[in-house]
Write a protein that binds this ligand. Sequence first.
Ligand code: FES
Length: 103
Amino acid sequence: MERIKEHPLLSFERKKLITFFFEGREVSAYSGETIAAALHANGIKVLRYSTKERRPQGLFCAIGKCSSCLMEVDGKPNVRTCITPVRPGMIVRRQHGRGEISE
Ligand code: FES
């Protein structure tokens, strides 16, 4: 797991350990984390592919102000995963472009 455990200024309260699904794979997260943070902690940094060039994209602003982290969540496309909390059992998939779902 790629998760910050200690920080000189911040403290992290770890809540309940849960699982959700990324492209059919079960991954773990702590309740209260965002989807993107949980994916990063599991080593998953490509969140979508750009519309025209199909280039891989990951976190950019991380505050809900761009489209770099848009993913399909429980069948709903274009969810900003950097600001959306993870929930147990949710199904997350990468998008190709805006709203097209990867295979
Ligand atoms: S990374 Fe910019 S909205 Fe999520």
